[in-house]
Design a protein around this ligand. Structure first.
Ligand code: FAD
Ligand code: SIN
Length: 527
């Protein structure tokens, strides 16, 4: 029996829960998560949410900052659409009880790289956790929302899975591995919203959580949706360098509040060489490349981020989570520098969506980090992504609501066919390939690229894909296998997009094409 709801939402982060809450007044919504309900990037967000709330700031300033960071690849209409809705999004979060920091009655605004004004609303240095908790509480309390963790979606259900086969691209929900029972279930719905997050774990070093394996992007691509700008992978300049804790972010707000980047060997404050005007507050691609350059040029393991010139109370008050975490690792940020390295942080590309969050496929909407909406262009401006989740989660809900009467009930869907697979006796293949893919993506498709390295990566992807498809065809699915298959799909999309772009722009920096073309063009891949 298929489990049928009005709307299926895949993902319980900021985008998925916003869509679910927006729909819940009129529809029965099922929200799925892989692993725990808090497993996405949302819960990990530190810095905050960008919104024009200061009297000296304007929407136009925020639009300009976003377009400058995005190196002109942004879609101005989308940028305006999102930025103009930011203050309302913050109001709604306040209504849900998110305890944003305040100064007297006003929201406290911090500053991050690329922003010409203070405009980041935050909850200390753990904004994401507070937002995730408030959204989850509201969803849990709503009678029309069912939250179902530990469901690893494998593929979207399309016309090909109907009992009366139809070649249509219409989406009717998804097949998911129930992690409790090990069985594959059918979750069918009249409308499906993909909000499955980014693909950061395709890289060896990433600030993103374990489950950020690009499942949403890969599923939409396999079902026939276009994907764009996948070469635009954002690297955060300051991830903690620690041999045990590999993916702890040191928020950009540390630099926003005066933190300096120093060469540990010479003590030089080197950002002046890379961006003399904006220094540590240059957009992320510039600062990440500067850190990478210092590390490679001087044979370092890391660079230093130092805010110890500020009063200890100021540092502890602004960054309590980071302060405590570092102290537990023997680093006191009030008295000395923090060792940091760049790490993958955000997937700017993804499933192509319009302002109504519609994808190319009837019945499928998408929102959040798994999408390419035109907001970020060639490089996301700090703290614009949670904002995108709220605006597009809401847009998906509104559009589904408006076209509800045109959405048919799902037809009869074939059950998952397990007749030709057995239990795997070679789990080692999955482990080996997981590591291999992440290592060559880091080495060949990282911050600085060349055509030759991209071609080497493409060659390895072809070999791995063959091996994994063979494995997938013979053995029962596990979450690790589902993720590996998606990592390969995303790696392929990233490398193909990177090979397409014969210029350097924003996050795509290649030594073989250092110039930027006069005309900014999206890289759009068509299945
Ligand atoms: P996520 O929050 O990642 O949620 C994805 C959901 O999809 C999860 O529930 C997951 O379980 C589910 N899922 C995934 N695959 C499957 C599957 N196969 N089947 C079922 N469910 C699935 N942005 C900002 O704007 N400000 C910040 O300060 C900020 N700080 C950040 C700090 C860190 C360390 C990181 C990693 C990111 C940060 N970002 C920040 C980026 C931002 O957090 C993310 O872009 C945003 O939270 C993405 O939200 P989302 O709803 O699209 O996806
Ligand atoms: C950070 O706090 O540095 C992350 C902000 C973001 O990714 O937008």
């Amino acid at each position: 029996m298929a489990d049928n709801h009005d709307v299926l939402v895949i993902g319980s982060g900021a985008a998925g829960l916003t869509a679910a809450l927006g729909l819940s007044q009129h529809r029965r919504v099922l929200v799925l998560a892989k692993g725990k309900l808090t497993s996405g990037s949302t819960a990990w967000a530190q810095g905050g949410i960008a919104a024009v709330l200061d009297a000296g700031d304007t929407f136009e300033h925020h639009v300009q900052d976003t377009m400058i960071a995005g190196a002109g690849l942004n879609d101005r209409k989308t940028v305006e659409f999102v930025i103009e809705r930011a203050p309302q999004a913050i109001d709604r979060l306040c209504e849900l009880g998110v305890p944003f920091n305040r100064e007297k009655n006003d929201l406290h605004l911090t500053r991050e790289g690329g922003h010409s004004h203070r405009r980041i609303v935050h909850v200390n240095d753990a904004t994401g956790w507070a937002v995730q908790a408030a959204l989850l509480k509201a969803a849990e309390e709503h009678p029309n929302i069912t939250l179902l963790p530990r469901q690893s979606c494998i593929d979207l259900i399309t016309g090909r899975n109907q009992r009366d086969y139809s070649g249509s691209g219409r989406i009717w929900g998804a097949y998911a591995l129930d992690e409790h029972s090990g069985k594959v279930v059918r979750h069918t719905a009249r409308a499906t919203v993909l909000a499955a997050g980014g693909a950061g774990r395709v890289y060896l070093f990433s600030t993103a959580p374990r489950g950020a394996t690009g499942d949403g992007i890969a599923m939409a691509w396999r079902a026939g949706a276009r994907v764009s700008n996948m070469e635009m992978m954002q690297f955060h300049p300051t991830c903690l360098y620690n041999l045990e804790v590999k993916n702890f972010l040191i928020t950009e707000a540390v630099r926003g509040e005066g933190g300096r980047l120093l060469n540990p060997a010479t003590g030089e404050r080197y950002m002046a060489k890379y961006d003399a005007e904006r220094m540590e507050l240059a957009p992320r691609d510039i600062v990440a490349r500067a850190n990478d350059d210092q590390i490679k040029r001087h044979g370092l393991d890391y660079v230093h981020l130092d805010i110890s010139h500020k009063p200890p109370e100021f540092v502890k008050q602004h960054f309590p989570t980071i302060y405590e975490k570092l102290l537990s690792l023997g680093i006191d940020m009030t008295t000395g520098p923090i060792p940091v390295v760049p790490a993958q942080h955000y997937t700017c590309g993804g499933i192509k969506v319009g302002l109504d969050a519609r994808t190319d496929l009837p019945g499928l909407w998408a929102a959040g980090e798994c999408t390419e909406s035109g907001l970020h262009g060639a490089n996301r401006l700090a703290s614009n992504s949670l904002l995108e989740c709220f605006v597009f989660g809401e847009a998906a809900a509104k559009d589904i609501h408006e076209c509800w009467d045109q959405l048919d009930e799902p037809p009869e869907i074939l059950p998952w066919d397990e007749s030709r697979v057995t239990d795997s006796d070679e789990e080692v293949v999955i482990k080996q390939n997981w590591t291999e893919i992440r290592r060559f993506m880091w080495n060949y498709v990282g911050i600085v690229r060349t055509t030759k390295r991209l071609e080497r990566a493409a060659h390895r992807i072809r070999l791995l894909r063959e091996e994994v498809e063979d494995y997938y065809g013979h053995f029962r699915v596990t979450t690790d296998l589902i993720e590996l298959r998606n990592l390969i799909e995303c790696a392929d999309l990233i490398v193909r997009s990177a090979l397409h772009r014969r210029e350097s722009r924003g996050l795509h920096f290649t030594l073989d094409h250092l110039e930027t073309d006069p005309l900014a063009r999206d890289t759009v891949l068509v299945p």
